[in-house]
Write a protein that binds this ligand. Structure first.
Ligand SMILES: Nc1ncnc2c1ncn2[C@@H]1O[C@H](COP(=O)(O)OP(=O)(O)O)[C@@H](O)[C@H]1O
Ligand SMILES: [Mg+2]
Length: 212
C-alpha cells in the first residue's frame, strides 16, 4: 500500500471523531521508526495533526537493567516498561484536553528521556511503533486493545540485517560488536516478533515501491 493509501486509511479511522492510535509492529531494523515519523508528517500535511510516539521511550534505564541483570539483553520484551507504555496509550486516548508528554529514546546515549515528546490537544492521530505491539504475552494484548489498529512492517531479512548492523555501527559499536549484538540479541527477539505478524490489521512491505 502506498503513502496515499496509508493516509486515506487513517483518515477513515479518524472519521469517527475521536483520537486515533495507530501502531506499527515489526522486527528490529525493519524501518518502523522511519515509517512512523514519515506517516506522522504525511498525516499532518494532509490536515490530520499527528505525533510519532515510539515504544522505545519505554526502554528501562541502564541503571535498572543492571540491577535486573538484563543489560546485556536490552531490547528483549522484559527490558521495557510495558505497563508504563500501556498507561500512556490510555492517557493519549482519553486526555485530549491537555498536552500529554511522552518519553523519547536517545540513541546517542541509549537511554529514555522523559517529557521529550509533547502531544498537544489538537492531535488527531498518534502513530506509535515498536517490537512487541502484537505480542501475546501480558500486558501486550492490552496494548493492542488500546490502539485503533496495529500494522506490521515487513522487510526482506537481507536488507533488514544490513541496515540493522549499519545502525549499530553508526551509534558507536565496532562492526564486530554490531554483528555479534544482532546475532545474539536482536535476532532471537526478531524470531518471536515475526511470529506475531498474523495478528496485524495490515501488513506493509516497507521494501516495496514508495511506501512513504
Ligand atoms: N526506506 C529506507 N531506505 C533506506 N534506509 C532506511 C529506510 N527505512 C529505514 N532505513 C534505515 O534503516 C535503519 C533501521 O530503520 P529504523 O526505522 O530505525 O527501524 P526500526 O525502528 O524498525 O528498528 C535505520 O538506520 C534507518 O535510517
Ligand atoms: Mg525504531
Amino acid at each position: 500500500m502506498g503513502a496515499e493509501g496509508l493516509v486515506e486509511r487513517v483518515r477513515r479511522l479518524a472519521d469517527g471523531g475521536g483520537r486515533v492510535l495507530v501502531g506499527i509492529a515489526g522486527c528490529p531494523g525493519a524501518g518502523k521508526s522511519t515509517l512512523a515519523g514519515r506517516l506522522a508528517g504525511a498525516l499532518t500535511a494532509a490536515g490530520l495533526p499527528a505525533v510519532w510516539v515510539p515504544m522505545d521511550g519505554f526502554h528501562l534505564a541502564d541503571v535498572e537493567l543492571e540491577r535486573l541483570g538484563r543489560l546485556s539483553r536490552k531490547g528483549a520484551a522484559d527490558t521495557f516498561d510495558a505497563h508504563g507504555y500501556l498507561a500512556l496509550l490510555r492517557r493519549l486516548r482519553a486526555e485530549t484536553a491537555d498536552t500529554v508528554y511522552a518519553p523519547s529514546f536517545d540513541r546517542e546515549i541509549e537511554q529514555p528521556i522523559a517529557g521529550a515528546i509533547p502531544v498537544p490537544p489538537g492531535t488527531r492521530v498518534v502513530v506509535s511503533e515498536g517490537n512487541y505491539l502484537l505480542s501475546g504475552e501480558e500486558p501486550w494484548p492490552r496494548v493492542r486493545a488500546a490502539m485503533t489498529e496495529v500494522w506490521y512492517a515487513d522487510l526482506d531479512d537481507h536488507v533488514r540485517l544490513e541496515r540493522l548492523v549499519r545502525r549499530h555501527v553508526e551509534f558507536g559499536k565496532t562492526p564486530d560488536q554490531a554483528a555479534r549484538w544482532v546475532t545474539e540479541v536482536d535476532e532471537p527477539n526478531a524470531a518471536a516478533i515475526r511470529a506475531t505478524r498474523t495478528g496485524a490489521d495490515l501488513r506493509i512491505d516497507v521494501g516495496g515501491p514508495a511506501v512513504l
